[in-house]
Design a protein. Structure first.
Length: 433
């Protein structure tokens, strides 16, 4: 059944857990896109709350009048690389805050960091008086306006993908890539999204530092499944919504636009594990601007069977936490996929061992550019498949001289620093008996 397959795919943590020596061979590389050889200006900074100075995580940064954008990391930091063709202003936005616009020529460059303070947004009550306040009515309008709100043309998107696996607090796997995304029209069910690697890199020999090898299956394809408008079977069809209780909980500002905040919960009578979370629905267009949700993990045994593909004898793996995020950006009256993130935490217990170990997987895709011109769907041979392992594929696309020219998500620590830290500190504490 399509819904069951989608549940498994959107979990984005189909893990193959093996002894560290059991490695598969890499597939042949796909053909790369032509490289851009242009002068690059780098803008770095941090987005914070104006009152508390606390970092704003996953804040959006976009060049007005263009498709160039990025997001902040867990420390509120960002890096934006411009080729010189972009002019005008940078726009900073975050849920519940006023947008801030700054001229590009006001921004510090050459390695200096900018601190951008955002102020809390006040929401005028008059904007919502004439709007429906029954969540079921709001969601009916959301579903009925899918075709109107989301693009009917295919898009060729450039994105930055990062995938990490942590053992307790230490990284044991880090990989990242600039990817090309074929984003099919939302109105055509037969044309599925696809992604291929342009350039990539990963931490060297990190797998050898742990006797248990976690492999995250699907790579960037799993982040595309988080597009809940393209894949509405999760909770955005009329049939699916019958399995949830809805609650209009709040009003929030995103990109200076007012949004309903609708909480959804799995009905107590439904025994199959589903989701719970909240949807941000634009009041003017009834488009889903953002979704935050988690998988129901009450039935640990059933949840584990959906996440884990293979594991050694004597190991018990229990999913402890899931967190999913997807965002859309409005341009020219249409809403475009712009950012998705999935994080899953597992507890691993071994027989005959006193202490357990926590593993956390994270995969994230931020769209940094897009076009609707001359879009051609690339071949199946080039695309990353749901059965592929990104860390095995990415080595074929390494290019040390490439990374200066493309937008990436500012790392919480550099990949090089993480590798050095791993080389010194990771111990063989989880050897099998």
């Amino acid at each position: 059944m399509k819904t069951k397959i989608l549940f498994t795919a959107i979990a984005s943590a189909l893990l193959l857990i093996l002894p560290a020596g059991d490695m598969a061979a890499s597939a042949s590389p796909a053909k790369s896109r032509k490289e851009k050889q242009q002068q690059v200006t780098t803008i770095r900074g941090r987005v914070v709350d104006a009152e508390t100075n606390q970092p704003l995580v996953f804040a959006s940064i976009a060049v007005q009048g263009s498709n160039v954008s990025t997001v902040t990391n867990l420390d509120g930091e960002f890096t934006l690389k411009l080729t010189g063709s972009e002019t005008g202003n940078l726009e900073f936005s975050y849920i519940g805050y006023k947008n801030r616009v700054m001229a590009l020529d006001e921004m510090k460059t050459n390695g200096q960091r900018n601190v951008i303070e955002l102020e809390t947004a006040m929401i005028p009550i008059k904007e919502i008086i004439v709007k429906p306040l029954i969540p079921e009515e709001i969601m009916e309008l959301v579903i009925s306006r899918f075709d109107e709100n989301y693009p009917a043309l295919a898009n060729d998107m450039t994105g930055f993908y990062r995938e990490t696996i942590r053992k307790n607090r230490n990284y044991i796997s880090i990989g990242e890539a600039v990817v090309e995304v074929f984003k099919a029209p939302y109105q055509n069910d037969l044309r599925y999204d696809a992604v291929r690697i342009y350039k990539g890199r990963k931490s060297n020999d990190v797998e050898k530092m742990d006797t248990v090898l976690f492999k995250l299956q699907g790579g960037p394809t799993t982040t595309l499944y988080l597009d809940v408008v393209k894949n509405p079977e999760t909770f955005l069809t009329r049939e699916a919504l019958n399995q949830y209780d809805l609650e209009l909980s709040n009003i929030a500002m995103i990109d200076d636009r007012t949004n309903y905040v609708i909480n959804f919960y799995q009905k107590p009578s439904i025994t199959t594990p589903l989701y719970q979370g909240r949807l941000f629905v634009d009041i003017e267009t009834y488009a889903v601007a953002q979704a935050e949700f988690a998988f129901n993990l009450e039935n640990k045994e059933l949840a584990a069977s959906m996440f884990i593909r293979k594991k050694p004898m004597g190991m018990q793996v229990t999913p402890e936490l899931t967190s999913y995020l997807v965002r859309f950006r409005e341009q020219g009256g249409k809403w475009y996929f712009s950012h998705s993130r999935a994080e899953v935490k597992f507890k691993v217990d071994w027989k005959k061992k006193l202490f357990n170990t926590n593993y956390t997987t994270m995969s994230e895709l931020a769209i940094t550019d897009r076009t609707e011109e001359d879009v051609v769907k690339f071949s199946n041979r080039e695309r990353i498949k749901p059965s592929d392992f990104f860390t095995e594929e990415v080595a074929a696309f390494a290019d040390p001289d490439f990374w200066g020219d493309y937008n990436t998500i500012e790392p919480d620590q550099s990949i090089e620093a993480a590798i050095r830290k791993l080389s010194r500190k990771v111990k063989f504490s989880d050897r099998t008996e």
